[in-house]
Write a protein that binds this ligand. Structure first.
Ligand code: 5RP
Length: 267
């Protein structure tokens, strides 16, 4: 692997082989998302516990201090909205010049396997890989299932993840599924990170799926709303970090979370 590519991947995937990305890109199709109305305020107490941010160029330029000591994964697909016709009809919205100018450690874009726009999004992925590989910039494919949550099952996720890797993604982000998640990871020749999805009913649910996903081979998470939309975002991010980087079980993470929110462990 070329030095530049390896160096960028090393910034994102830590020495223990694990990765914890904090996404704040949701506004790109859903506008001022709850708890993300002012991204700079949302990330302020959290950023120290994440390995990298995931965001668009607009939020990067306007809400993130260029002196920040964290790498970022830049979302470069979009041009759709929640009130539009079809969320799967994304285009590539950021040029390779911008990606280099802004110093992205990686870029991400969504692919929509099994939709009307499957071919378009997969072609976009291939084009982005061609451009980014020229400059040693890794592409993370986001295997989206949109509103069709029934597609959150191993057979579909494994298909989408494998196709994304075959087309050149260096990292694949996919949803977790309770049954046979190992099929998704084992069938994907590049590292897999787990997406969070809509806010869960309890924090323990989140700790459980993050723990199980890591046990089954995922290298980490790209998890947003289940951190910054929760009642205790700092406790939440610290507990999830402990599962990813300190080999905590879900129960140990829950104990840490409870200690933090009751003031028994320093905030
Ligand atoms: C949207 C994204 C988000 O980054 C991703 O869904 C992770 O955020 P959350 O944990 O809130 O779902 O790529 O397509």
């Amino acid at each position: 692997m070329d030095w530049g590519m390896q160096n960028r991947l090393n910034k994102l995937i830590q020495k223990d082989g694990k990765a914890f990305f904090l996404p704040i890109d949701h506004g790109y199709f859903q506008g001022p998302t709850r708890c993300l109305e002012k991204p700079a305020e949302t990330i302020k107490p959290l950023i120290q516990y994440a390995d990298a941010l995931m965001l668009t160029r607009g939020v990067l330029r306007n809400c993130v201090d260029p002196a920040i000591d964290k790498p970022f994964v830049m979302r470069v697909s979009g041009a759709v909205s929640v009130v539009g016709e079809d969320l799967a009809n994304e285009s590539l919205v950021t040029s390779i010049n911008e990606i280099i100018r802004l110093n992205a450690s990686a870029v991400s874009m969504s692919v929509f396997v099994g939709t009307k726009y499957e071919n378009k999004s997969l072609t976009n992925l291939s084009k982005l890989v061609d451009q980014c590989e020229n400059y040693g910039i890794p592409v993370m494919a986001v295997c989206a299932v949109g509103k069709e949550l029934e597609k959150r099952e191993a057979r579909y996720l494994a298909l989408a993840a494998r196709i994304a890797a075959e087309l050149g993604a260096r990292v694949v982000k996919t949803y977790y599924c309770a049954e046979r998640f190992e099929k998704v990871v084992d069938g994907c020749p590049v590292p897999v990170v787990i997406a969070g999805g809509p806010k869960a009913d309890t924090q323990r649910e989140v700790f459980d799926f993050v723990y199980d996903g890591i046990q089954k081979g995922a290298i980490g998470v790209n998890l947003g709303r289940n951190i910054w939309q929760t009642e205790h975002p700092v406790a939440s991010i610290r507990a999830i970090r402990a599962i990813i980087h300190d080999a905590f079980t879900a129960k140990e993470a829950e104990d840490l979370y409870n200690q933090i929110i009751t003031g028994k462990t320093q905030q």
